[in-house]
Design a protein around this ligand. Structure first.
Ligand SMILES: Cc1cc2nc3c(=O)[nH]c(=O)nc-3n(C[C@H](O)[C@H](O)[C@H](O)COP(=O)(O)OP(=O)(O)OC[C@H]3O[C@@H](n4cnc5c(N)ncnc54)[C@H](O)[C@@H]3O)c2cc1C
Length: 394
């Protein structure tokens, strides 16, 4: 069969690009090496897929070029995706902070995409492994461009347009590979250094294993964005939505500041109760979880009576709780990370169409690009929007 475009990767971006191009009459083939498409969609949002966010702007994304995502996001909004979800009668709800989830199952989003693929006559080859990609032959003199040749476990395929929608490196157990980066390098694109992100963090020196399982409301001040959500202590470090959000902004050399008692000035509260013979840890348990202060503070401070605290003690406790400088040694890695930070540099990619500026007919969409969203439906919105931009320009 002749195809106008071959898309490598049957995830959110690849499928949405295929639907958009298929609706415009383009003959599209999606190649997926898993036995089924959309496996990441299936496990997303705890099985309920946080498919978008009511309010999305470029400020919810990280990239070396923070303006790159603007055009695609403007071309396909969260409301456009919600309209499709409604058309397919998929029940959904807003969980928190504008995050829209399926009420029943992520499977409904995959089924919706597959139905739309069928309607627009998109072909899908699953269990198909791509072995290599060859650049189009340009015939001498005429300058006419031939097709990309894609060698797969099903044989050679060719098309004038090749869309790389292979995603990032997170969750290798469900099919993530670095293939998209390899193709990008092959065609002269730079890769912005990648690392696991939207992920739990490992504390550098002292972890608090006795606090594992305890959660509290916290504010993370990353220097570039502030998040207020739950923080959860783990055996090796910290997790919970506030940490996962902040992990996007982690820089190895610097600590990250957390206020573990937002709205309470701990030093002021201690100073105001200096006459008391209560143990400091017991007093702090009034606005922090039980056992927390006893484990989190030095025993010499936690066990002191309020009346015995010096000014320096009060400052130290206030700092540790309202301005905890957490130093991390690592993330919990790609096995646990929701996304990959970094990726194909947007430098030589058109922000309007996602087409390579180095090789016409070559496109990059979705997570493989150096565009990473916050937690909360932003990464899927980027997948839909970038897929839509490319699908419309094929
Ligand atoms: C556990 C988890 C939960 C998440 N929850 C959410 C959420 O609720 N909301 C949200 O916005 N984001 C969420 N994300 C992030 C979101 O899933 C991704 O950002 C999004 O799926 C990226 O879409 P994509 O199409 O670019 O890549 P992917 O969805 O990863 O799709 C890439 C596809 O390419 C295939 N592939 C890779 N290499 C090859 C190859 N060589 N040949 C053929 N096929 C290949 C893969 O198998 C995969 O199907 C979650 C991620 C994880 C891991």
């Amino acid at each position: 069969m002749n195809f106008d475009a071959i898309i490598i990767g049957g995830g959110a971006a690849g499928l949405f690009c295929a639907i958009t191009a298929g609706r415009r009459g383009k003959r599209v083939l999606v190649i997926e090496h898993n036995a089924e498409v959309g496996r990441k969609i299936l496990i997303s949002g705890g099985g309920r897929c946080n498919f978008t966010n009511k309010s999305v702007s470029h400020e919810n994304f990280l990239s070396q070029n923070p303006h790159f995502c603007k055009s695609a996001l403007a071309g396909f909004s969260p409301q456009d995706f919600v309209e499709l979800v409604r058309k397919h009668k998929i029940p959904y709800y807003e969980k928190t902070l504008g995050q829209l989830f399926c009420r029943e199952s992520s499977r409904q989003i995959v089924d919706m995409l597959l139905t739309e693929c069928r309607r627009s006559k998109v072909r899908i080859a699953t269990r198909c492994r791509v072995e290599s990609v060859r650049s189009p032959h340009v015939s001498e003199g005429s300058g006419e461009r031939g097709d990309f040749v894609i060698s797969t476990s099903n044989g050679d395929l060719s098309a004038p347009n090749l869309i790389i929608a292979c995603g990032g490196l997170s969750f290798p157990k469900i099919g993530a590979t670095g293939f998209g980066y390899d193709v990008a390098r092959q065609f002269g694109h730079k890769i912005v250094e990648t690392r696991p992100s939207l992920v739990a963090m490992v504390l550098e020196k002292r972890a608090y294993p006795k606090l594992a399982g305890i959660s509290l409301e916290a504010v993370a001040d990353t220097g570039r964005a502030e998040f207020r959500e739950k923080l959860l202590f783990t055996h090796r470090g910290v997790s919970g939505p506030v940490v996962i959000q902040a992990s996007n902004y982690w820089q190895r050399k610097y600590p990250m500041a957390f206020d573990l008692a937002p709205g309470v000035d701990v030093a002021d509260a201690l100073a105001a109760n200096r006459h008391s013979t209560r143990k400091t840890a017991n007093f702090l348990a009034e606005f922090l979880p039980d056992r927390f202060a006893a484990e989190f503070l030095e025993t010499s401070l936690a066990d002191k009576q309020l009346a015995q605290l010096s000014n320096a003690d009060i400052d130290a406790i206030g700092q540790k709780i309202n301005n905890w400088q957490a130093r991390f040694s690592a993330t919990e890695g790609y096995d646990r990370a929701e996304v990959t930070l970094g990726g194909v540099s947007t430098d030589k990619v058109s922000s309007q169409t996602m087409e390579s500026k180095l090789h016409s007919g070559l496109y990059f969409i979705g997570e493989v690009l150096d565009v990473t969203g916050w937690l909360g439906g932003y990464n899927f919105q980027w997948a839909w929007a970038s897929g839509h931009a490319a699908g419309n320009s094929l």
